[in-house]
Ligand binder design. Structure first.
Ligand code: IPM
Ligand code: MG
Length: 367
């Protein structure tokens, strides 16, 4: 096997800690060539922009892009003309043509008690959010005129069709793997929005090419409610860009922590971009306590969807489960009520930081 070239973009906040952990894990697995680049706030500080053309070119030339997280209070601003870290991520998605965002939500059996939801409610949850990533209100015309502002949500039939195909194909693949029938739930706000009515029509048309897939349409407000009241009813959840942003954070809590959810962003050609769904968590940055597991699981998605190394992907997923089964928990996974104000927060017996969690996963890999 020739070495795969990975563009590693650690980013801001806890990004560098979890990216370094993922690099250490991948280096134990095999032959990867890493190049590291600035994106987000760090790039704003160095170059005045969240994504330089050089970094975008370096990503284009890699086999896959692995990203930590971007953003932080240091760059928080409401000035429409000031650069923002998030523009780095959006620029990468647009610049690499990554229109399909896959966010699988599968609570690890060891973590059912970490979710704020009752275990019997989330047990058996296994869903995939397929989020459109380069259109909609994120990329429409926007602006400020005196005392008013606007953001435009626009979708073409072609943009909807290609993401719908991704969702139906993913549903067929998952169903075949699990020996059950496939289902797609398409989320929209067709009772109000014109883009949603075009979305619904287009999804119906694509469904015609996938007769084995059961399709239902759900309004986004109802979907938000069903996700917490009856998460096991979902298989593939197909959404436009902003609805997917919101529903995927909500779904993440079904796994016990936002610190567990990985994602893959794919386009018509390589490279894909792989990143944890959680943000840069500036409040815990630099303390060595960040949960690296979503980044490890994102690295697994990179191996499976971006680098054609499914066996190594499975090895990482099994190793993550095994570290959790041993009882190891980063602080975000330690559930229960927060300590009373004057009780010092005593760490649980198996509470570990980023490094010990990484060691445990690497150990499990070797076993
Ligand atoms: C996500 C994030 C991003 C988004 C931000 C950081 C721009 O929340 O990947 O879900 O809104 O897409
Ligand atoms: Mg988000």
């Amino acid at each position: 096997m020739t070495a795969k070239r990975i563009a590693l973009l650690p980013g801001d906040g806890i990004g560098p800690e979890i990216a370094a952990a993922a690099r250490r894990l991948l280096e134990r697995l095999g032959d990867f060539e890493f190049s590291e680049h600035l994106v987000g706030g760090g790039s704003i500080d160095a170059h005045g922009t969240a994504l330089t053309d050089d970094v975008l070119d370096a990503c284009r030339g890699a086999d896959a892009v692995l990203l930590g997280a971007v953003g932080g209070p240091r760059w928080e601003t409401t000035d429409p003309n000031a650069p923002r870290p998030e523009q780095g991520l959006l620029g990468l998605r647009k610049g690499l043509g990554l229109y399909a965002n896959l966010r699988p939500v599968r609570p690890s059996p060891a973590l059912v008690d970490s979710s704020p939801l009752r275990p019997e409610r989330i047990k058996g949850t296994d869903l995939l959010v397929v989020r459109e990533l380069t259109g909609g209100i994120y990329f429409g015309d926007s602006g400020r005129e005196g005392d008013s502002a606007h953001d435009t949500c626009e979708y073409s039939g072609g943009e909807i069709e290609r993401i719908a195909r991704v969702a139906f194909e993913a549903a067929e693949r998952r169903a075949a793997d699990q020996g059950r029938s496939p289902r797609v739930t398409s989320v929209d706000k067709a009772n109000v929005l014109e883009t949603s009515r075009l979305w619904r029509e287009t999804v119906e048309r694509v469904a015609g090419d996938h007769p084995a897939v059961e399709l239902d349409h759900m309004l986004v407000d109802n979907a938000a409610m069903q996700l917490v009241s009856d998460p096991t009813r979902f298989d593939v959840l197909l959404t436009e860009n902003m609805f997917g942003d919101i529903l995927s954070d909500e779904s993440a809590m079904l796994t016990g922590s936002l610190g567990m959810l990985p994602s893959a962003s794919l386009g018509a050609s390589t490279p894909g971009l792989f990143e944890p769904v959680h943000g840069s968590a500036p409040d815990i940055a630099g303390q060595g306590v960040a949960n690296p597991l979503a980044t490890f699981l994102s690295a697994a998605m990179m191996l499976r969807h971006g680098l054609d190394r499914a066996e190594q992907a499975t090895a990482i997923e099994v190793a993550v489960d095994s570290a959790l089964e041993r009882g190891l928990r980063t602080p975000d996974l330690v559930g229960g009520a927060p300590p009373a104000v004057d009780t010092p927060a005593a760490p649980g017996p198996n509470e570990v930081g980023t490094e010990a969690m990484t060691d445990a996963v690497i150990e499990a890999l070797a076993a």
